[in-house]
Design a protein around this ligand. Structure first.
Ligand SMILES: [Zn+2]
Length: 252
């Protein structure tokens, strides 16, 4: 892949009130850093995009300061990753890496995105993690979901409450997690891999090339989740609220 001058879905970096009129999203993935959405649920994003769903990703921080790359490089990498998966909308809230906190100001900002984008569902990072930015992001998303339905506020857009919040796994703790469901991403693994390799400054450059590489590890993880559902590759998810299904036919 190469950097293109004009990505199909450029990263929106303005304030939420400037998003303007857009058709509501089916779901919005909120990521502490550019690359977390791809690592956690890139296969599911690609799959549902192909099924015609309207999907957005909001990266909360630019990833700066970072030990590798630069803000410009990471923005280009984000464009490549978006192209690999397919998205309806992508934005960056411009919060500060390593300093993410569930403040009232950040809650209001995030709730404003929800009111403008009106996603039916939210996907947040799993609630237990070693990275303080990830833990803060989860708390922030849950609080902002509640705030987005408030009236008598100066937040832009109409009051709105995303129906469901689900959790993807992009965790730094070595947890043996028990997910609530696993999505079959056997046909989407190669695109997920491409979207992760797009972040070359983070996952490829300077990394050990002896197997198992980081990408090898991620493939092994996907194969493990796939094996639990008798498929080649899978992606795990969690929920705090019970899942609703229309019929037992939804299970396989
Ligand atoms: Zn992260």
């Amino acid at each position: 892949m190469t950097f293109s001058d004009k990505p199909d879905v450029p990263v929106f970096t303005g304030p939420p009130e400037e998003i303007g009129e857009i058709e509501p999203l089916d779901f919005l993935v909120i990521a502490p850093h550019p690359d977390d959405a791809e690592l956690g649920m890139g296969g599911t994003i690609a799959k549902m995009h192909d099924e015609g769903w309207r999907i957005g990703v909001l990266d909360l921080t630019t990833g700066e300061p970072t030990p590798h790359g630069s803000e410009t490089i990471r923005r280009q990498e984000t464009d490549l990753a978006t192209a690999a998966l397919g998205l309806t909308w992508r934005g960056n809230a411009g919060l500060i890496n390593r300093s993410l906190e569930p403040t009232l100001e950040a809650r209001k900002l995030l709730a404003s995105y929800f009111r403008m984008l009106r996603p039916r569902w939210l996907f947040a990072p799993y609630w237990s993690d070693a990275h303080p930015d990830h833990v803060a992001a989860t708390q922030l998303i849950e609080a902002a979901r509640f705030w987005s339905k408030l009236s008598k506020t100066d937040m832009p857009g109409e009051r709105y409450h995303p129906e469901r919040i689900y959790y993807y796994f992009c965790i730094h703790l070595r947890l043996a997690v028990q997910p609530d469901w696993i999505v079959d991403i056997s046909d989407q693994w190669s695109r997920k891999k491409s979207s992760i390799e797009a972040y070359a400054s983070q996952f490829v450059a300077g990394r050990p090339t002896e197997p198992p590489t980081l990408i090898d590890r991620l493939r092994d993880d996907a194969a493990y989740w796939g094996r639990l559902i008798d498929r080649h590759y899978g992606e795990p998810f969690a929920t705090k609220e019970p899942l609703a299904i229309r019929s037992l036919r939804d299970l396989f």
